[in-house]
Design a protein around this ligand. Sequence first.
Ligand code: 2P0
Length: 350
Amino acid sequence: MTVFEATCTAPVNIAVVKYWGKRDTSLILPTNSSLSVTLSQDQLHSKTTIRASADFTSDRLWLNGIEESIEKNKRLVACLRETRALRAQIEEKDASLPKLASLKIHICSENNFPTAAGLASSASGYACLVYTLSQLFQLPLDASDLSIVARQGSGSACRSLFGGFVAWEMGEKADGSDSKAVQIAPETHWPDLQAMICVVSDEKKGTSSTEGMQLTVKTSALLQHRIKEVVPKRMEEMIAAIRNKDFPKFAELTMQDSNQFHAVCLDTYPPIFYMNDISRAIIRIITEYNKDGVKAAYTFDAGPNAVIYAPEKNMAEIYAVLSHFFPGATFDDSLGLLSKTSTLPPLPQN
Ligand code: 2P0
């Protein structure tokens, strides 16, 4: 029996204007637009293989080698339903195409980065799932069209369909057809900009992003100010900073947005804490390092780990500064230049 198969990889992205809050939780429509930098796919990625065969009796899923239930995962079911419907449409128009839409599939997905890196894997994971399905089903869709499907797996996943600098436009329509990712600039635009991931803790976060952001929507007055007054202007300024390769402006906006994201978490009731003492020490170190001119930017997602953006020429100095304050830190550059990972030991107690 014929087996149809596709294998693809998709990269991780780290937001510089953060997504936090949904206006529609089932379609995953955000309360504000966001913008991210996609890290090099050579280093951190999800890899997915999908097979379709008339021999398969049910849809099955393996994540990092362990079988998981598909039925319980509404978001995965939504991505499958959408891509199968699109495949069925093209099969209807062209009778010579193999009938893949009705076949059961087996999905095998893994991340090449250690879960210890504490990076959100849902962005690369769902981007990879949807891209691999589109290849298997030979869907005639561009990356923005596919981002609309990936968004329904995990919001941040829609941005991983593109490399470089990517905006997720929140859209206005109730059906989500205009809530999609667009590329602001390709990865070749600003090769001098690098990212370093500082692993502060590999513990699973206490509050999931999905739960946390809806509690913020329900309870935070500051979020309303952020989505109405701050983000629209910040998106424009960030896009201009990226187009002009203006690092000081890019860095200032990135740090301000990370700070405000964590402020709305604190304004949530009960409050959500994602950063810890080491995260805050990194903020102080980078702030001091930037005293005579902005040379690095920190950003923190829904956990204590830091991502530092900086021009390549500053990276060695930043390692040296961090090593000074965190003696014994190991810098693992096996991940390559764009995403060096360092594991920081606890702060000395004094
Ligand atoms: C972001 N984060 O823009 C923000 C910053 C975390 C902090 O996108 O519910 O895992 O699957 O849509 O995409 C995390 O949210 O949430 C996230 P769902 P997701 O990268």
